[in-house]
Ligand binder design. Structure first.
Ligand code: ADE
Length: 250
């Protein structure tokens, strides 16, 4: 996979790209990530990327010319990649989108900035993505969120253990509680089953607790993912337990 990023702050990406899984993915040749400084595509000596809005109003607007020039330059090399514009007005990002984007050969992420961008820049984008209902200073952090979540899904990026873990425990639901040593910490005990060495029981326990947590915290997720018969059975058990504790409490 090749990822191109168009930004006026390439330095913001340096730490992120040189650490951990993203670093390894590049070293293994599984992803290539190229940063493009928007200022290099300006035509004046000051590298002007923004201008006042027509009609007046506060703030500066990202100019169309350097963005078009940069996108056309990056896209002139085949194969043309999917163009994604990061903006709070885009479709809301989620894990399923990360999984589907991980199948792309190339993507170009455009980081918006300032108060806004010239509307004509939107015509360059195949998709507009927002990472959540809050306004950030620019599209750089959202671009990093997308890169991180997509690159993790590229086959071979995670080690066998990590990917087996995320296959079985992030089939779209929240993760089960996790524990490490010590077995008792400030009076809080690790659940007995995790110490039992019985891998069949541990798998079921984790699945059930992941479902319980999802049911408690993000019940809407369970309505949109496909559940196995085992999931349905465990959910029924959890609901039965909840009814039991409600009637015991009341
Ligand atoms: N740019 C500013 N805020 C954003 C957000 N929430 N998502 C994507 N891009 C943004």
């Amino acid at each position: 996979m090749r990822l191109d990023v168009l930004t006026i702050f390439p330095e913001m990406f340096k730490g992120f790209l040189s650490q951990s899984i993203i670093k390894r993915a590049q070293e293994k040749g599984l992803v290539e990530i190229l940063l493009h400084d928007l200022r290099q595509y300006t035509s004046d000596k000051h590298g002007t990327v923004d201008d006042y809005p027509y009609g007046g109003g506060p703030g500066m607007i990202l100019k169309p010319e350097p963005v078009f020039r940069a996108v056309e330059s990056v896209q002139s090399q085949a194969p043309r990649g999917m163009v994604i514009l990061l903006t709070p007005q885009g479709e809301q990002y989620h894990h399923r989108m990360a999984m589907s984007l991980s199948g792309e050969k190339r993507m170009l992420l455009i980081c918006g900035r300032y108060k806004g961008l010239d509307e004509r820049i939107r015509t360059l984008a195949d998709r507009e993505i927002s990472i959540g209902d809050y306004v950030l200073t620019g599209g750089e952090l959202p671009a990093m969120v997308i890169i991180d979540s997509v690159v993790r899904q590229v086959p071979g990026v995670l080690g066998d253990q990590e990917s087996a873990w995320s296959d079985s425990f992030f089939g779209g639901i929240l993760d089960a509680p996790q524990f490490t040593r010590p077995g008792v910490f400030r009076g809080l005990r690790v659940p007995e089953v995790l110490l039992s060495g019985d891998h069949g029981q541990i798998r079921i326990w984790r699945k059930k607790e992941a479902l319980r947590r999802t049911l408690q915290r993000r019940p809407e997720i369970l309505k949109i993912i496909s559940l196995t018969e085992e999931d349905e059975r465990l959910i029924a058990q959890i609901q039965e337990e909840n009814r039991g504790s409600e009637s015991a409490g009341g």
